[in-house]
Design a protein around this ligand. Structure first.
Ligand SMILES: [Zn+2]
Length: 360
């Protein structure tokens, strides 16, 4: 089904060139285009490009040229507004039973314009009670329906569903892959290198940090913390406020991107009527999750910076014993704080708890 005219010089459909830093997944999907199965599971940590890859693969399936990247079908699919593409976001903490039934209903629909109707399910690992309804959909879709399920991991209750899908694995991106993506997208090499180090294999975080000039300054601020501690609660409170403000800085860039996504959604809704299932509320819910995630990432990066200060201190040959104990205790406290960085942690309390345990 891949038209020769649509191919890039590498032989890969141009639209699949959008899958960056995941050569194994890209090759697998390229092969899958020759005779697509009805369900794919895109499995891997968030931030590794699973959603972008799902949309690119959908475009390759929907495009009459097999993913030329230029035609109306490709452009509409990549903009997530092709009538034969449905992207389902979970509306709350998990995909609800109602949403699962809606997916089942959608899956029965024949394509409107393309050869296939593609349904992308985002954050499938949180389906919980919706699993039985979705299992039926995945087992018996019409030949023209292709499901792409995105998940971080598969918990035991969903093993049956997972076994019905072709697995496509996504891994944290190596630093050099992150650097080359950032440079290709216009970053200067030295910024790209420092951002890639702090992105922990996540393309979304790397892209956020590279557009956000305060990043290096924030790391400096975290490194200055030990030198500023003086054993008083007042200083701890002051530093806590300062660090809380710092972790909110990258939200500006994120909110801009989220606002343009909502604007695009509103424009789409006015053009064709709102046919998305979860629609705006689900997207706003995802935006809140993304904002929480950015703050947690910032705290993690800050803790790592703090730890590097104390680890460096340990290298000093003539460290007095009391100082040695304090440094080891600080590293343990940072480790403990990082472990406490779970969902809905009280950031103020966590930072105060940590700073009170750090040696100056
Ligand atoms: Zn095309």
């Amino acid at each position: 089904m891949t038209g020769a005219s649509g191919l890039s010089s590498s032989g890969r459909p141009p639209v699949l060139e959008r899958i960056v830093g995941q050569p194994v997944a890209a090759r697998l999907l390229e092969g899958a285009l020759r005779s697509p199965v009805h369900a794919y599971l895109f499995l891997g940590p968030s931030g590794t490009g699973r959603r972008d890859a799902a949309i690119a693969f959908a475009a390759a399936l929907i495009c009459p040229e097999g993913g030329c990247g230029k035609c109306v079908a490709c452009r509409e699919t990549l903009a997530e507004r092709h009538p034969d593409l449905d992207v389902i976001e979970r509306a709350g903490a998990s995909i609800l039973v109602d949403q699962a039934h809606e997916v089942a209903r959608l899956a029965m629909r024949t394509p409107r314009a393309a050869r296939y109707h593609v349904i992308v399910l985002v954050d499938f690992d949180l389906v919980e009670k919706a699993a039985p309804a979705l299992l039926k959909t995945i087992e018996e879709p019409p030949d023209t329906t292709i499901l792409i399920v995105i998940a971080e991991a598969i918990a035991a209750p969903f093993a049956t569903i997972a076994s019905r899908c072709l697995h496509v694995g996504f891994r944290p991106l190596p630093q050099d892959a992150l650097v080359s993506v950032l440079v290709r997208e216009g970053a200067d090499p030295s910024t790209a290198a420092s951002v890639a180090r702090a992105a922990a294999g996540r393309l979304d975080r790397a892209r956020l940090l590279v557009r956000e000039p305060g990043f290096a300054e924030r790391l400096r601020r975290w490194s200055s913390v030990p030198g500023r501690l003086d054993g008083t609660g007042a200083t701890v409170a002051e530093l806590t406020d300062e660090l809380l403000e710092a972790i909110s800085e990258p939200l500006g860039v994120l909110r801009e991107r989220q606002a343009s996504e909502l604007a695009r959604l509103a424009e789409q809704a006015s053009q064709q009527g709102d046919r998305t299932i979860a629609g705006r509320a689900a997207i706003e819910e995802r935006h809140r999750r993304e904002q929480r995630r950015v703050r947690t990432d910032e705290l993690r990066a800050g803790f790592a910076t703090l730890a590097s200060v104390y680890r460096e201190r340990l290298q000093a040959a003539d460290l007095p014993e009391k100082r040695l104990h304090g440094t080891v205790a600080a590293l343990e406290a940072i480790d403990e704080a990082a472990n406490r960085l779970v969902r809905n942690v009280n950031e103020t309390m966590l930072l105060e708890w940590l700073l009170l345990r750090l040696d100056s």
